[in-house]
Design a protein around this ligand. Structure first.
Ligand SMILES: *Cc1c(COP(=O)(O)O)cnc(C)c1O
Length: 438
């Protein structure tokens, strides 16, 4: 067993170094093809387990203990909020940092700060949490969906550029799954056309683009603290920017339009303030982030290396100099390479013990009923009815995004998993792929 593990480790090292290990891979494939699937009564590929440690403990308790000694639990000049900001800026040195109630709120604040007016367009990803586009619609803007890279699952810059019109105001680059978007290309497009570049980093806490922290590449960046994200306050969000004009707008937009530094009400917006109890938990969570992000990056990369070269399977594509933090890892299945459909491959993988799930959201955002019916405001879409946009979501085509959702398989990576587990997930994928090979 230890020999097997050593060989797989060596294979991983060789694969990451780009060396050929064809002989080893071929013999391994032969073994995999003859092994009986767990779904047919064979032995499971995955036997290793790990236990999720508590997500909250001493660091959060320390902040909460200090917090209950305070006389006020309001965010402005709040000590817990201040400690969070210090810790956040140590990770991501952005000047203006506004805590808020959700990732959706963070994105709404960011969109409002762009200066978008009714009918303006914002180009973004059709595979994302709907929270990415909610703020655009509330500001009477028009979400425009561009297609994605087949294996990066992030915006295809060439398609973004094709969808630019005189009404385009901004681009929201979603770092889906924690994989940094193609920021050099998107930055160049944004600069060329005078657009604001927003980063949706809700799934990308701790990610890095060419060594730089995610959030420092665009003009404004947004994070979610919802329970499923890398770090959490149950619900919550952060929006931040170093932009000299846009940055100072974040605080008032999250606070009913009230500019607290200047003590004046300067505009119309809603209340998205985060209170001190949540900021205390958040400040504690920040001490865990680097460990969570680096572990997920290592485990997700290991899975990619282990499953690369399996016929019919294409691993998640991550740039070698980037740090993807794998909120999820998604490989794609070539339907022509297998005798069964994705549903059967999924069932077989689950039987082997691989924690996975087919696709992500059911359909691209614009294929949902709400979008197809343009039914945002109790069945109405004011700007369309007023002739301020001719957007028709039933006519929007993003073929790669459709294909990703039909042929993608999500593998759930957790920071506390062991390398042995990941190697066994890969063995399970290899075994199932070999068995159903067309
Ligand atoms: C979670 C998420 C959001 C929304 O965040 P909430 O805190 O749930 O409002 C937006 N975009 C992406 C990519 C997300 O994963």
């Amino acid at each position: 067993m230890s020999t097997k593990k050593t060989i797989r480790r060596r294979e991983f090292m060789a694969a990451s170094a780009g060396l050929a290990v064809a002989g080893l891979a071929a013999s391994q494939r032969a073994t995999a093809a003859t092994a009986k699937l767990a779904i047919d009564g064979g032995a499971k590929a995955v036997t290793a387990t790990s236990t999720a440690p508590p997500r909250f403990g001493a660091p959060e308790l320390e902040r909460l203990t200090e917090m209950v000694k305070q006389d006020a639990l309001f965010y402005w000049k709040g000590p817990q909020t201040a400690i969070f900001k210090e810790r956040f800026q140590a990770m991501c040195p952005l000047e203006h940092v506004m805590t808020c109630t959700s990732g959706t709120a963070a994105l709404h604040i960011a969109v409002a700060a762009t200066g978008l007016v009714p009918g303006d367009e914002v180009i973004t990803s059709p595979i994302t949490d709907v929270g990415t586009v909610i703020g655009i619609i509330y500001q009477q803007g028009v979400p425009v969906f561009a297609d994605l890279g087949a294996n990066t699952l992030t915006l295809d810059p060439a398609d973004v550029e094709r969808r630019i019109t005189p009404r385009t105001k901004a681009i929201i680059a979603v770092h889906l799954a924690g994989n940094p978007s193609k920021m050099t290309e998107l930055r160049a497009i944004a600069d060329k056309h005078g657009l604001v570049l927003i980063e949706d980093a809700c799934q990308a806490w701790g990610a890095k683009y060419r060594g730089k922290p995610i959030g420092t590449l665009g003009d404004i960046a947004c994070w979610s603290l919802q329970n499923s994200k890398h770090i959490t306050t149950g619900d919550g969000g952060v929006v931040a920017s170093s932009h000299p004009v846009l940055g100072p707008k974040l605080q008032p937009f999250g606070d009913k339009g009230f500019n607290r530094s200047e003590g004046k009400w300067q505009g119309f917006s809603t209340n998205y303030r985060m209170s001190e109890p949540q900021a205390a938990v958040l400040a504690g969570q920040m001490t865990r982030l680097e460990g969570i992000a680096s572990s997920r990056a290592k485990l997700g990369n290991l899975l990619n290396a282990e499953i690369s070269g399996i016929p019919g399977i294409t691993p998640h594509e991550v740039h070698a100099e980037d740090r993807c933090v794998y909120w999820l890892n998604m490989f794609r299945i070539d339907p022509a390479a297998f005798t069964v459909d994705r549903g059967q491959i999924y069932k077989a993988l689950r039987a082997e013990g691989v924690p996975c799930s087919p696709g992500y959201i059911p359909v691209p955002v614009h294929r949902s009923d709400v979008f197809k019916n343009h039914a945002f405001f109790n069945g109405h879409w004011t700007i369309k009815e007023a002739g301020m946009t001719d957007m028709d979501y039933t006519k929007v085509e993003t073929p790669e995004a459709e294909a990703i959702l039909k042929t993608g398989m999500r593998v759930f990576i957790k920071e506390y998993m062991t390398e042995e587990q990941i190697l066994q997930f890969a063995a399970g994928i290899r075994k199932v792929a070999a068995h159903y090979k067309a």
